[in-house]
Write a protein that binds this ligand. Sequence first.
Ligand code: AHG
Ligand code: MN
Ligand code: MN
Length: 333
Amino acid sequence: MENLITLGEFVIQNQHHYPGATGELSQIFGAIKLASKLVHREINKAGIADIVGYAGQDNIQGERQQKLDVYANEKFKAALSARGLVCGLASEEEESFIEFNQPLHKGSKYIVLIDPVDGSSNIDVNVAVGTIFSIYRRISPADSPVQLADFLQRGTEQVAAGYVIFGSSTMLVYTTGSGVNGFTFDPSIGVYYLSHRSMRIPEKGKIYSVNEGNYVHFPEGVKHYIKYCQEHDPETDRPYTSRYIGSLVADFHRNLLKGGIFIYPSYAGNPSGKLRLLYECNPIAFLMEQAGGVASDGRKRILDIEPKELHQRTPFFVGSREMVVKAEEFMLD
Ligand code: AHG
Ligand code: MN
Ligand code: MN
C-alpha cells in the first residue's frame, strides 16, 4: 500500500521532538518550503531565461534579469520575514546580518542563517545547486534588537538545519536533532513528499570528493590521504573512486546516500579554506552527525568551533565515520 506523507504533515507530527515547540518551527519550515518552490521554478526556467536574456542582461521586455543568488536571497528573506517568527537573518549574500524589525516580529525567538544558492558556478551549466539553512534560538532578550552574538552561536546550538538540492529532482533534507529525513518535490502538484526516512550514512564508503586541482597547495596530511585513497589494497577496497561536483550540497547529498568523504582543506595562503562555518559547514555538520557521520576541520569537531565573525571560513572534512577518522589520522603527521 502507498504511504504518502507530506513535508508539512511530517514537521507537525514530529515537532514534539524539540523542547518548548509551539508549532513555530513548522511555520518557519513553511517559509523555507515556499521560497524553495519559487527557486525551483526559477532554476527550471533557466534555459528559457537564456532565450529571453542572460542573468545581468535585459530580457526581451527590457527587464533586467536577476542573478539566481540575488533572486533566492530575496525570496528566502521575504518568506522568512513575513511570518513574524524570525527576528533576523544572516546570509552569505549580505555583508551584515539583517534585523526584521516590525511590530510583527516583536518577541520572535528565532534567527536564520542561509546560503541561498550553493554551487552557483554550476547554475549556467545545468548542474545541481542547493540552498543551505540553519535555525537558532536568539540569545539576546526578545524585546531588544537582534545582535551579532545571536548569529555567532556554536553549531551545537542549532535548533534545525537542512538543505534543498535542486538536482534531477528537487529534495529538501532536514534535521531538528532527532535524525535526518528527506522529502522529494513533485512539481506537478507543488508538494514535498517524505521519500527518505531516517537517513544514515554508511560507516565507510568508497567515494572521496576533493578539488584535486588544488593538490599542490594542500597540507601534507591531505596530500597523503589522497594518495591513500588512490592506493591499491583489495582488503580495504581501495582505490576509492573520485567524485567532485563543485556544489557542496550535491557532493554532500551523494556521499550521504552512498558513503564517502568530502574535503575542502586549507590551502596555500588560505589557512581557513574556502567554506563558510555559519552558512555551510555548521548546518552540514549537524546533518552529518545526525545521520551517523563525522564533521571536523581535520582536527576538531566543527560544531564545537566558537564563531568569531559572520563570514568566517574553516577547513572541512565531512562524511562516513571511518573515512573521516582515517583522514584525521593523516592530519596528525
Ligand atoms: P557558493 O556557490 O555558495 O559560493 O559555494 C561554492 C562552494 C561549494 O559549494 C563548493 O563545494 C565549493 O565552493 C567549490 O569550490 P572550488 O571550485 O574551489 O572547488
Ligand atoms: Mn556555498
Ligand atoms: Mn552561495
